[in-house]
Design a protein. Sequence first.
Length: 216
Amino acid sequence: MLREGRADEAIAILMRARQSSPRDPAVPNALGLALLYKKDYAAAEKAFTDSLKLKPDFGEAHNNRGVCYMEMGRLDEAERDFQAVLDGPPSTDRLNAYMNLGLLYEKKQQWVDAERQFNLALSEDATLLRAKRERGITRVKLENFRDALDDLLTVLKEDPRDVAANYNAALCLIAAGRRDLALKYMERAALAGPETEDGRRAKRFLGSEQAGPEGS
């Protein structure tokens, strides 16, 4: 239902399910996701917490509450939830915990820590394009442009319209002295996501490039 945008209907069904299955931790966890979709963060946090009261080692609920905390700007609490997944029993939730920690460290601008988490995510699933894209972006911040470009080009082979990958690939190419090729990636970023932050940055860069010859 959430994929179809039917969050209110999902919430109504899950509220009824909580009454019929009050001991099932999956129900408040699903309710929290629906509330998170609606950006009702306080109610979502409560639902995930209720789920964890029923099952303290529920990795999915820890991940989801951590994401909720990140949206609320409560980064230290988010980090504790993600770490709880990694400290708990082995599960498929570890992959999401690595990814979420990487994204959290990006928010904190702890680039070395972020890269390490994306490396761990890729050790779990070497095909995870989102991890490669975020690791590439992190490597740009670390000025490891060669390895960053390898990551970003891998992403662009699968998704040529990925705005962040195009923009950051352009930055790598500029650092390598390949400005003409970088312009092509800037153009792709600007066309693919004109309303995104990276798309706007790309448009500003292209505008400055066009203005340069006239002002000289």
